[in-house]
Design a protein around this ligand. Structure first.
Ligand code: SF4
Length: 378
């Protein structure tokens, strides 16, 4: 019987397909629920309930949620699922929170798919995502492909599935569902390609792959020897330095690595703080009370007391207009520029260093810009 958490979960597959060292290392850390994972679990339960209600089922113990955004998202998800079902023939099959095993491709692999709709030769795998910061794409998404492999293992003998439609519904990022198609033949070929990598990741110790994106949600992030070895290489570069100046290539390489280095240093710092808060000893470091500014606890009362003490309101109060985002909410996104006219401008952003892969085109630099850049950097 599988335990609650697979060593190689589908949701972490992006990580272990790149860094086969991660699962073994992560197994040393406890499985802690964060505010975000708890919120995600609740949103999924509510979303499932909404679909079941639309299907006419009675929910015996409905979950208690008083967050209107979560209700709205769950309702949109349920409407999407029902629209997919309605577009299929009457013998279409719907599965909610379907437990899947994909051990043929991923050692001891199992997981739960939010929703499957199987009709004719197509199976749509629908994944509800509650995240509001990073839009997840279904294109070539390993988590979705692993679920599809699990579906094929479970239902391939029963239904004549020839194609998969992999759909991510992430209502806090996009009202439209995002889908990507793959044939069973291509899916199985990918599964075969993945097998040895999954085996290496399961058996350990595996090979490190240090990358900000890959490491972001790893439990070992900030404690991993692989990261240390990777970033200390940055300083070994000193050997390559020309007696007098660094080459443009070397300066670029330092910046490439430094991007991840800053994130890593933050992780190390946060990790050390967390360890100290938990009572661990970290040589040479301790937690102290941070500096804090004085503040007025009750502004209205303070104004009252000060005016009674002889000060005028104009002396002690200042009026500031609220920020543009708050104004947009109040007035409306379209109406605000109409009303404000020339009073609302967007100043030119200051020249900013980014990598070549950034979508913005390179600036045509002018003398004024160079002067301003020099002034800002003196
Ligand atoms: S922190 Fe990064 S390099 Fe280290 S195990 Fe995790 S994913 Fe791999």
């Amino acid at each position: 019987m599988p335990t609650d958490h697979a060593k190689l979960s589908a949701s972490a597959s992006h990580r272990w397909l790149h860094c086969t060292a991660a699962p073994t290392l992560e197994a040393q850390f406890p499985q802690n629920d964060t505010k975000y994972t708890k919120e995600g679990t609740l949103a999924h339960t509510l979303a499932e309930e909404y679909v079941r209600k639309l299907r006419g089922e009675t929910i015996e113990c409905p979950c208690e949620v008083d967050d209107p955004v979560m209700h709205e998202c769950a309702s949109k998800y349920a409407a999407y699922v029902m629209s997919v079902l309605a577009s299929k023939s009457s013998d279409a099959a719907l599965f909610l929170e379907e437990k899947l095993t994909f051990g043929e491709f991923v050692p001891h692999g199992f997981g739960t798919a939010d929703c499957l709709v199987i009709a004719d030769d197509l199976c749509e795998v629908i994944d509800f995502k509650y995240g509001a910061h990073v839009q997840v794409s279904p294109e070539d998404n390993p988590q979705m492909k692993i679920y599809a492999l699990g579906v094929y293992a479970e239902f391939g003998q029963i239904y004549n599935i020839e194609r998969f439609k992999l759909t991510i519904f992430q209502p806090r990022m996009n009202d439209e569902a995002q889908s990507w198609n793959i044939s069973v033949a291509d899916l199985l070929a990918w599964g075969e390609w993945m097998k040895p990598i999954a085996r290496a990741a399961y058996d350990g110790p595996g090979r490190y792959c240090v990358d900000t994106d890959v490491c972001r949600f790893c439990k070992a992030n900030g404690r991993c020897q692989g990261q240390y070895d990777h970033y200390k290489g940055l300083f070994d570069m000193a050997d390559q330095i020309d007696p007098q100046t660094m080459s443009p290539e070397l300066r670029a390489e330092i910046l490439n690595k430094a991007n991840g280095l800053k994130t890593w240093l933050n992780k190390v710092e946060n990790g050390v703080s967390a360890s100290l808060m938990l009572g661990e000893t970290i040589p040479g470091w301790k937690i102290v009370e941070g500096r804090a500014d004085r503040k007025i606890t009750d502004a209205k009362k303070a104004i009252d007391v000060l005016t009674k003490a002889g000060f005028t309101e104009s002396d002690i109060c200042e009026t500031n207009i609220v920020g543009i985002t708050a104004l947009e909410k109040l007035v409306g996104k379209k109406k605000l520029p109409e009303i404000l006219g020339d009073l609302l401008v967007k100043p030119t952003g200051k020249p900013t260093l980014v990598q070549e892969s950034d979508k913005r085109s390179a600036l045509q630099l002018s003398t004024q810009m160079l002067d301003a850049f020099d002034d800002n950097n003196e």
